[in-house]
Write a protein that binds this ligand. Sequence first.
Ligand SMILES: Nc1ncnc2c1ncn2[C@@H]1O[C@H](COP(=O)(O)OP(=O)(O)OP(=O)(O)O)[C@@H](O)[C@H]1O
Ligand SMILES: [Mg+2]
Length: 161
Amino acid sequence: MELKYENITKNYRRKIALDNFNATLNEGIYALLGPNGAGKSTLMNITATLLKPTAGSVLFDGTDIFKLGGEYRNILGYLPQDPGFYPTFSGLQIMKYFAELKNVNSPQNRIDQLLEFVNLKDDCNRKYKEYSGGMKRRLGIAVSLLNDPKILRQYRTKLVD
Ligand SMILES: Nc1ncnc2c1ncn2[C@@H]1O[C@H](COP(=O)(O)OP(=O)(O)OP(=O)(O)O)[C@@H](O)[C@H]1O
Ligand SMILES: [Mg+2]
């Protein structure tokens, strides 16, 4: 599995957010570090196909991710900086909603397994807006893992064990 960034440039009008970024990621854990405004979220939004680069391309195993489309998004787990979950939904309702959107097989099993994994089983019927910051992040991780994404394989290995 290889994710290759080739000469990624992103301009927001005259603002250059990313300037000719190049990297090749293989299986493993990577962290993207940089000061506020460095372009991390911009790069993640491009990686998730939410934003098109002004120039350059991202290749997944040699094919442009924008050409792969849904096939690529099926193997991607993405937790945005602000996931925008409905505040009045419970954690469980949010999981069910996203399991439906992601077309997850036997969603109830997967949801139970993930709520256990992020230690939110006891709080899954509470409203999202009542969650603490850490609980919100844990729910976001569980949602991003619903489709068993290849791109979060380390988590998947733990879940299967
Ligand atoms: N929608 C937008 N319109 C205009 N400029 C934007 C937009 N989004 C981001 N920018 C600008 O692009 C640059 C990169 O922003 P980005 O959000 O990618 O940074 P970041 O590394 O994620 O920062 P942070 O650590 O604060 O989350 C910043 O200068 C920001 O102001
Ligand atoms: Mg950011």
